[in-house]
Design a protein around this ligand. Structure first.
Ligand code: ATP
Length: 221
């Protein structure tokens, strides 16, 4: 395949319940580490892999919008939130492929914990043909093949790319890892702090925290 493809576009899905600095640094550092042209944030509507989020999808979308507004390389895709159906990443990728064309390199950004759970995703093997996957290190979640479910470890061995420059030479199909600043922040931790009336300040942007307080979100565990 030619090496004149456009800069890869990062796709960053998540529940973002709420969005925090772990997410923001992952997106920011992926830009430099992977040479991305931008990152499209895709908040999940009705995530199929977990229980019902504590706030509405529209509120999670609003918080992602607030936290990313100041960054010209970030955009927010509301399609999953607006859709009246469960969010399956493979469907989102099919839609984006149709929108952006067959040559656009796409890079699905995932933390190591999300990557380890990939085999539970709908049509996960098809998904690996539609996009590259970039796995960021996350405290407490190793990425070595021996710690992954066997079919995923096999896919990782077959598709692994050591030189991230290779992301630009094909529209999808490869897996890379990258080391980001390790931040042991999780939305679960933030929800717990807020439910207990404790401070979550400096774990997420002030704008998002203001929104949470104004709308009395996450008051219950
Ligand atoms: P929860 O605690 O509710 O499970 P979370 O903090 O893991 O939420 P998600 O919205 O589920 O946030 O994560 C979206 C993506 O961001 C996933 O791919 C996840 O692995 C990644 N991610 C979240 N927090 C971090 C972090 N601190 N470091 C690296 N990756 C992260």
């Amino acid at each position: 395949m030619s090496d004149t493809l456009p800069a890869p576009l990062g796709l960053f899905g998540g529940t973002f319940d709420p969005v925090h600095y772990g997410h923001l640094r992952l997106a920011e550092e992926s830009m430099t580490h992977l040479g991305l042209g931008g990152v499209r944030w895709i908040p999940a509507g009705q995530p199929p892999h977990r229980g019902t989020p504590q706030v509405t999808a529209a509120q999670r979308l609003e918080m992602v919008g607030r936290s990313t507004a100041g960054n010209g390389h970030f955009s927010v895709d509301p399609a999953e939130v607006l859709a009246d159906a469960p969010s399956y990443t493979v469907h989102t990728l099919t839609r984006l492929r149709a929108e952006l064309g067959p040559a656009q390199p796409l890079v699905l950004l995932v933390g190591a914990d999300a990557f380890a759970g990939l085999p539970s995703w709908h049509r996960w093997q098809d998904l690996l043909d539609l996009t590259h996957v970039a796995v960021s290190h996350r405290p407490g979640f190793p990425i070595e093949p021996h710690s992954l479910p066997a079919p995923l470890a096999e896919a990782f061995r077959q598709r692994r790319l050591d030189d991230v420059g290779g992301l630009r030479t094909a529209p999808g199909g490869r897996i890379v890892t990258f080391a980001m600043t390790q931040l042991a922040i999780s939305a679960t931790q933030i929800r717990k702090l807020l439910a207990n009336g404790l401070s979550a300040r400096y774990l997420l942007p002030d704008d998002v925290l203001d929104y949470i307080q104004t709308h009395s979100l996450y008051r219950n565990a």
